[in-house]
Write a protein that binds this ligand. Structure first.
Ligand SMILES: [Ca+2]
Ligand SMILES: [Ca+2]
Length: 180
């Protein structure tokens, strides 16, 4: 948690962000904002919709994508609740190809592999990645991925700041709610 800069989104009137944090230090730091939502568990589709409807910090949010080992470690270290989290990964039901909701390249993966029971097991209707997290270890060790049945779960969202938005935040974010 030391590497996480915490922000209090006091200007957020709706959407998901209540305590977004930014990845600003360490190898691979991308400046993106993230929030881990555990208070309201949603289905993957509803979590995706909630993320994309958010206007928190004046940014465009999506379900989080993990495209490097560093990002995987950063987010794993940010998790505190012993639950499973939706990420923005989805599998094509016919081709079984995986993709990120953002269109980012599908390259880095960190699928769970435990005693010969490997993920993704493509066991329909498992089709959405979750970032496994358990303080107990075992079936879903911290930071490992699995495709999982689309029930209600916690989720992680991500936003890419724009330079203009950062400037506004530097001024206190007072302009974020100005009328269109
Ligand atoms: Ca990402
Ligand atoms: Ca599975």
């Amino acid at each position: 948690m030391k590497k996480i800069t915490m922000f209090c989104a006091v200007l957020c009137v709706c959407g998901v962000a209540q305590a977004a944090f930014q990845w600003t230090t360490g190898t691979g730091a991308n400046g993106h904002y993230y929030e881990v939502i555990t208070a309201t568990e949603l289905t993957w589709d509803d979590a995706k919709a909630a993320a994309e409807a958010s206007t928190a910090l004046g940014l465009d949010w999506t379900l989080a994508t993990i495209t490097s080992e560093e990002e995987n470690n950063f987010l794993s270290n940010a998790l505190t609740a012993d639950v499973k989290y939706w990420l923005g990964g989805i599998q094509d039901a016919s081709t079984l190809e995986w993709s990120w909701v953002t269109g980012e390249a599908w390259s880095y993966t960190n699928w769970q592999y435990d005693n010969g029971d490997s993920e993704p097991d493509n066991d329909a209707p498992d089709q959405y990645i979750h970032l496994g997290f358990s303080t107990q270890g075992g079936e879903y060790p911290v930071g490992y991925w699995a495709d999982l049945k689309p029930k209600e779960r916690a989720y992680i969202v991500e936003a890419v700041p724009e330079p203009a938005t950062l400037a506004l935040l530097g001024l206190g974010g007072l302009l974020l709610r100005r009328k269109k």
